[in-house]
Design a binder for this molecule. Structure first.
Ligand code: ZN
Length: 224
């Protein structure tokens, strides 16, 4: 089960106090989605993975953590309007703002923020933004792989799922149909993604749906 606690946090930007809800504990059972989104109960704790200061609008995993960029950015139109994107949920907006902040200093953290934003859009049935944010996540992966693609097979696999779920079927087939990675399970997942892309299937699948692959592949059994 998931337990939560309300705690008083001091924002590192404006130094004001607010009540934030944090995870006490959680667990997950069973297979993750092919984009690594965990199964329940952890899956539904996504709203606890991010905090927003109600006073200054700072968004972070923990608002007590230091903002590494100029605080003026929090007052920019880009940040305050989420680039003008009309998200259907506040949670999506928060993850998008985190993506905007992280993008200035850390590509991998920015990738995770926009991936979580896509998951929040899924939960809000915000279909157009589910696809748009996945396309942004693909761009982040491409940028990361361009600078260093060693040990990044997990990102290559997630990218295939992001492409398929944002209807980029032709691109997925082009990039993946002849791709071979070192790991047998990874190659089974790639074949699965290409087959689904040929069927123009943008649905959600789990590792357990891929025949012959360990259901816990890439799995995180996280106990916080
Ligand atoms: Zn603040």
């Amino acid at each position: 089960m998931t337990t939560v606690n309300d705690v008083e946090m001091i924002c590192s930007v404006c130094k004001k106090s607010s009540t934030q809800t944090i995870i006490g504990s959680s667990n997950n059972w069973g297979s993750s989605d092919l984009d690594t989104r965990p199964s329940e109960m952890l899956r539904s704790t996504i709203w606890l993975w991010i905090e927003e200061c109600p006073h200054c609008g700072y968004v972070a995993g923990y608002i007590e953590d230091e903002l590494k960029i100029d605080t003026d950015f929090l007052n920019s139109t880009e940040y305050m309007t989420c680039d003008g994107i009309d998200f259907k949920s506040e949670l999506s907006e928060r993850f998008y703002k985190l993506y905007l902040i992280e993008r200035k200093t850390d590509d991998m953290r920015a990738f995770h923020a926009i991936l979580h934003c896509a998951w929040a859009c899924d939960d809000a049935h915000d279909e157009s933004n589910s696809k748009h944010t996945r396309q942004l996540a693909v761009k982040m992966i491409d940028k990361i792989l361009k600078s260093d693609d060693s040990g990044m097979d997990n990102l290559i696999l997630i990218k295939a799922d992001l492409l398929r779920r944002s209807d980029e079927f032709d691109l997925l087939i082009k990039e993946y149909e002849d791709l071979e990675l070192d790991d047998e399970d990874s190659n089974k997942i790639i074949r699965f993604q290409v087959e689904k892309a040929r069927q123009k299937d943008n649905g959600r699948y789990k590792f357990e749906n891929v025949s012959g692959v360990d259901p816990n592949f890439g799995g995180m059994r996280i106990y916080i």
